[in-house]
Design a protein around this ligand. Structure first.
Ligand SMILES: Nc1ncnc2c1ncn2[C@@H]1O[C@H](COP(=O)(O)OP(=O)(O)OP(=O)(O)O)[C@@H](O)[C@H]1O
Ligand SMILES: Cc1ncc(CO)c(N)n1
Length: 573
């Protein structure tokens, strides 16, 4: 590949072994990639005769044929991300390493598969050293506790703290970001952590997770790594929060320090086969990890219903999209909702009829609302990227007068947005949230004044367009309901869609770009941090709300996303 053009749908290649029962390996990868919105491709390293109870035997085709498969894909298809799983032996690992160095895919996630959940080996001991070296060609490495021990040449960590230390050692030796997985820990939680080294300093971001009581965990590692590869391309919001650069090794970074990036996730890769000197900024994986973990947790919760195999069965990759099984459909009432969901909805007469989207309504009960809403708006958000205005902004061909006409509407919008932010501050349940929304209102007004002063002084004052009015009226109408949770859900897309779009637009910057300074302002770290905080407050509000109010939040959010789209789609001037 000499040229890389990005596509709206991530083209993700899995290089892995097979599982004929469909729960792990390449079969799980393809299901995960599809479930998270990618286009999956697959190159088989080894054929494994296995089921939910264990591995019976492994057939490894000639290494030369692996290379033929890899070349067949990369000679034809632009690959956005690669997920590597089972490599079987040193020879195959070497072939993949050479192919990576030659093809330089933009994003590489390595799941260093050594031992299956059943305890069977999937990598011959002679391959361990090669896989260790391969970590240096990956952006993200996702070992389970046992694999982490092997990679750092130490016994398996029995506690989370020890695992994090090992993760830091692997991050330091490889230069990759390490996703330390707590799936095999004892206890009620299943945490995961991103560990990385940047400019010599160690960093860590942890995502908490409850342990789901199921024995059906076959293939969670394969599924998670494929999900990360797919969401990594999507940017999963494109938000980035980094730890304190001065922090000591293993400092537990919080969202308190922020840095936006002016590149996509793949921007850290200097060249495959040569690690970047400074190391990766692992914080970029945080949104992807949050989304992937929420999706995986739902897949684990839905796993027992699958009834596949008598051992450790698979997770339900398709839980969010599957039509209800026949037995479930029989229980569904006239509204289209299963009986128990129907009761919850009926409890609040103000809830709108959800019969058109029973799956979405049910999914909301468990998943963090923000992740579910982000996924639900993937198509609408992708459509924003395709708009002539946005494309013109990115490639610099946008007419300057049109750009100013847009800014004039944006200034009018910001003034009203600030009033609605102030209302959220008034309704906020905690001082922290009160301060946040009030500060955001002030920031919005400051931006309004700055744009007006620096860009629009020479133009006559504009009147709000019908589109601007519609968006602002929607926000004011929700504010009038007086429900804090619903209001912050309506306010969120302005933060999130802009940060997301801004991260991608900022990759188009160059000194001669006609809108370079404006694109730079999009990548303001303070704005990325504010978006993170707003997402956190929306999720907290959803957590504290009854199902019908969560549904109102969902409606408010979706409408705001539609208004964001309409705003960029309106004719300027
Ligand atoms: N019972 C569980 N409840 C919630 N999350 C879990 C559970 N088991 C595993 N996970 C999550 O699944 C992901 C995979 O972790 P795990 O450590 O099990 O990987 P793995 O051993 O490589 O998986 P496998 O070999 O089964 O494919 C992690 O995000 C982990 O937190
Ligand atoms: C092919 C394959 N890859 C990975 C795993 C780990 O779950 C497995 N069981 N099979």
């Amino acid at each position: 590949m000499t040229r890389h053009s990005s596509a709206a749908i991530p083209r993700v290649l899995s290089i892995a072994g097979t599982d004929p029962t469909g729960g792990a390996g390449i079969q799980a990868d393809l299901k995960s990639i599809a479930a998270l919105g990618g286009y999956g491709m697959a190159v088989v390293t080894a054929l494994v005769a296995q089921n939910t109870r264990g591995v019976r035997s492994v057939h490894v085709p000639p290494a030369a044929f692996l290379r033929e498969q890899l070349d067949a894909v990369s000679d034809d298809v632009e690959i956005d991300a690669v997920k590597i799983g089972m490599l079987a032996n040193a020879e195959l690992a070497g072939v993949v390493s050479e192919w990576l160095a030659a093809t330089r895919p933009p994003l590489v996630v390595l799941d260093p598969v050594i031992v299956a959940t059943s305890g069977d080996r999937l990598l011959r001991p002679d391959g361990e050293a090669t896989v260790r070296r391969l970590c240096g060609q990956a952006d993200l490495v996702t070992p389970n506790l046992a694999e982490l021990g092997v990679l750092v040449g130490e016994p398996t960590a029995s506690e989370w703290a020890g695992a994090l230390e090992q993760g830091a050692r692997l991050a330091r030796s490889s230069g990759a970001t390490v996703l330390v997985k707590g799936g095999h820990l004892a206890g009620p939680t299943a945490p995961d952590a991103l560990v990385w080294v940047h400019d010599g300093a160690g960093h860590r971001l942890e995502v908490a997770g409850e342990r789901i009581a199921t024995r059906n965990t076959h293939g969670t590692g394969c599924s998670l790594s494929s999900a990360m590869a797919t969401l990594g391309v999507l940017g999963s919001g494109g938000r980035a929060v980094t730890g304190d650069d001065d922090a000591p090794d293993d400092h537990h970074a919080t969202a308190g320090q922020a840095a936006t990036r002016d590149r996509g996730l793949a921007g850290d890769r200097v060249a495959a086969g040569t690690r970047r000197d400074a190391g990766a900024d692992g914080s970029r994986w945080l949104p992807a990890l949050r989304d992937a973990k929420a999706w995986l947790s739902d897949a684990l919760r839905a796993a027992d219903a699958l009834q596949v195999g008598r051992g450790n069965g698979p997770i339900d990759h398709s839980h969010a999209t599957r039509r209800a099984p026949a037995a479930e459909r029989a229980r569904v009432g006239a509204s289209g909702l299963p009986a128990d969901a129907h009761e919850a909805v009926a409890a609040d007469a103000s809830c709108r009829d959800m019969s058109a989207a029973p799956d979405a309504a049910i999914a909301l009960a468990d998943a963090p609302l923000s992740a579910a809403l982000w996924r639900e708006t993937a198509t609408a958000r992708a459509a924003i990227d395709e708009l002539a205005f946005v494309r013109g902004l990115g490639d610099g061909t946008l007419d300057r007068g049109d750009f100013e006409a847009y800014l004039a509407q944006d200034v009018l919008y910001l003034g009203e947005y600030a009033r609605v932010l102030a209302r959220a501050s008034q309704l906020a349940p905690t001082p922290e949230e009160q301060i946040f929304w009030a500060t955001s209102a002030a920031a919005s007004l400051a931006e309004e004044a700055r744009l007006h002063h620096e860009r629009l002084q020479h133009r006559p004052a504009a009147a709000p367009s019908a589109t601007t009015l519609a968006y602002v009226n929607h926000l004011h109408a929700v504010a009038a309901h007086g429900d804090y949770a619903e209001l912050v859900a309506a306010l969120l897309p302005c933060f999130w869609v802009y940060t997301d779009l801004g991260t991608r637009l900022a990759t188009r910057r160059h000194p001669a770009h006609p809108f370079d300074d404006w694109l730079a302002s999009y990548a303001d770290p303070a704005f990325a941090l504010a978006t993170e905080q707003a997402i956190g407050f929306v999720d907290a509000a959803a957590h504290a709300s009854a199902p019908a109010r969560v549904e109102a939040m969902r409606t408010a959010f979706l409408r705001s996303v539609d208004h964001e789209h309409a705003f960029f789609a309106q004719p300027f001037p």
